[in-house]
Structure formats: C-alpha cells, structure tokens
Design a protein around this ligand. Sequence first.
Ligand SMILES: [Zn+2]
Length: 453
Amino acid sequence: MHTAMVISPHADDAAAFCGGTLAKIAGQGWKVILVRVTNDSKDSVGLDVKETLLRNAEELKKAADVLGVSEIVELNYETDCLGDASKVDLRERFVYLFRKYRPYAVFSFDPYGLYENNLDHIVVARTVDEAFWVSCFDKHHPEHFEEGLEPFSVCERWYFARQLPEANHGEDITETMEKKIEALCSHREMMKNTLNQFRLQLKTWGRRVSWIEDSMEGNMRPLLALAMQAQGNAVGKQFELGEGRMGESFRLDRFGDLEEMFQGLSEPLPGAVEAPKRKCLDLPPHESPWSEEQLEQIFPVNIKDRLSLMGHHHLCVGAFDELLKDPGFQAVYANLVSRLDPAPDTEVESIYGYDLFCYQCEYWSEEEGRCVTGWKNKLSKDAAVLKHLGLETGQVTRLEDLQKRLAEKVSPDDLHRFCAAGEWKCEFYALGACQKAYSALREKFGCKSTSGT
Ligand SMILES: [Zn+2]
C-alpha cells in the first residue's frame, strides 16, 4: 500500500485543490496523511480567535473524514504569518515528516504557480520543494536518524496552484466530486470568510449578490458545488477526460529531465509495491522496430562464428569486454547483445555497407533505410579506420588477432580522434567503457599505452 501526503498551508487548501484526488486514492487503499501547516486562527467572520481555532480544527477533522484521510498532522504555525517564519525551520519540519511517513506521493502548492497572492502558500510551496532533496541528505538534520529515521526521497510530486503554468496531468475525479464538495462545505467558517471577501468587494463596487449573502447565512452547498463542478468540467475538457468527466489539474513530476533515462534503465526492486502507472510520465513500453520474425532474418545463422562489420565498427571489437556488459549499451543493442557470443576464434569480416549494429541503433531510420548521421560521413570514418589498422574490405580476421592489432595500433589519442565528439562521434565514447577496455587490452597484449600514433 502506498502513502500520500498533502501539505495544506490552511485547513481548506487540501479539499479545494486536490480533495477529489485524495478521496479517490484513499478509496483505492492508499494511506493519506494531511499536514496542516498553520492554525487558521484568523480565518472566520465574527468569531473570536479562540472560537475560530476550535471550529476550524473541528471542521478540518470532518472534511478529512469525508476524504478518507487517515491522519492529520498539525504544525501549528501562526496563520498568514509564514512570510515572517524561518523557512529553514519550516523546511526541517517537512524533511522530518517525509522521513517519518515515507510518502510515495506528496501533494503541495506549486512554487511556480501563477497569480498566488497568499504568502503562506508561496512559503510552503518553496520549502516543500526544497525538502524534497534536503530529505535525501545524510548530513541534513542527523538528529532525525537518532529516532531510527533514514534519508528518504519522495517519488511523485503533485503540484497544484490557482493557475498552473505547466499542468501535465488531469486526474479524473468524476466519481469523487461529491466528496470534494462535501469536504469543502465542511469548512463552514473558512468558506463563509471567503464569501465575505466577495461581499465586501461587491459592496465597494456598489453592488451585491444576494445568493452570496444567503449562502453565508444558510446553505453554502449549491454555490460551492456549482463553482467546483465548473472548475472540474474545465479540467475534464482540457485533458480530454471524456464526455461529462471532471478533473483536478496538476503538474506531476517524478524525475524531471531524467524521466526517460530512468524508465529505460530501471528494473523492479524485489518485493517493492508496483508503481502506479502515470499516463503523463510513462513512456510506451520500448518496442523493437523489428518483429521476432524479422530479427530471425536479420541475424545470420552463423553469427556466433562470424561477425560482419563495417570498417569503423572494427574499433568496437576492442571494447567488447566492457561494452557488452554496459547497461547503456545493453539497452540500445538488447537484440544483438543477447545473440552475440564473441570468442577468440570468432571470425571478423570487414564488409562494405551497413552491419548488424546499424539496424539496432537509435540512429537507424527505418523509413529512409539509412543511418541518419550521414552515409558519407560514415564512409570516411570506415576508410580512415581500416587504413589505420592496415585492413581492407573483404578481409577476415580472427577476433583475438584483431584485438591484438587494435591494442598495438589504437592509442588513446587515436580512439579520441575516431570516436569522441566531432564529425565521427560515437555516443558510447562519453561513457568511458571503450577507453577502459582498450587500456585492459593493451595490458593483455603487453603494448605500451603511450599517446601518439
Ligand atoms: Zn490556503
């Protein structure tokens, strides 16, 4: 079972911004922790502070019950004064709670949200965002570890705002909209105060809306329901959730720019709860452009005995020991790596034209039937490499003999010239695996690792 934590600067923020989503995941069995940062001591109309504190706390409990929240954590900061509070102290509270409850997902205001005029929201958004990485550091707040807590990183960060500049996720809350409305109505004193602000502004304008005034004194539900549904419908439309569907919008982030890389490289941890699928983040499962049948045709029956390689791919043979076990190389050349079995006696044939590596490579264009880095460029590299090695097209070399030749003839500078960034660049050079393999190769064959030719 996963845990979600919502950081609510004030009691009503959770219901208003993500109440439908919280009720939905609570219904799916998630444990939901609600953290109220301030005490809402000023948020009421016509009540004294003591009564305000009492009622807002009671009403939060009611709303939390409606949403299926399992626990409320009170941080008790003075309301509407976070602008003056120590951000580092507040951040420590969030770090502590992340380490204690270890939430899979955290819901919070977006520090990059637009049109935010509430400093409590802004301060909480910034400090929560910092706490996401601070909580991972083993030298931040080591006193937490004395309690048995450990460094921890929240996986999913669900940001909400009055207006999100880069919303990428609309959560369908059609089925829990009722709960969201009910939870919001539970915050009677706070909602009344919200309506009162409109009443006062309308008064300055010289007008009134009697529905607002009536709602303040009586049943607020019709007015709040109308507003929440209008908002939900707009999100439903924006994210094409379907006819009549309602949603809540978020900027949902997991690994930022590194999302694609981690999806490609990661594997399940034994015993871990399966991660929820996220349409806005998850890439479609990586599919080989080739069917199994085509692969059978592409790979020669004698691939274990003979490798046919274009000129410059002879250089890769010198790095096989490292490349074939490199996770990045395996990810790109999975089909090839599983079929290759290079042995000292494997024959390496120098061919003119594309080879098996090309068909598996990210640069291969199936539409154009060619390497998108340019054929001419590859030809010049092929010719230069073969000349450097003293080989010719059509020649067949024993793999071990070729490796010896590579160890003797390819210096670190040569490898750099052939493979590092530039017109002939190879993506794998930057990984460092080839440099390492060549250095081991030179040692194996007793070649000096001097620079130059
Ligand atoms: Zn608020």
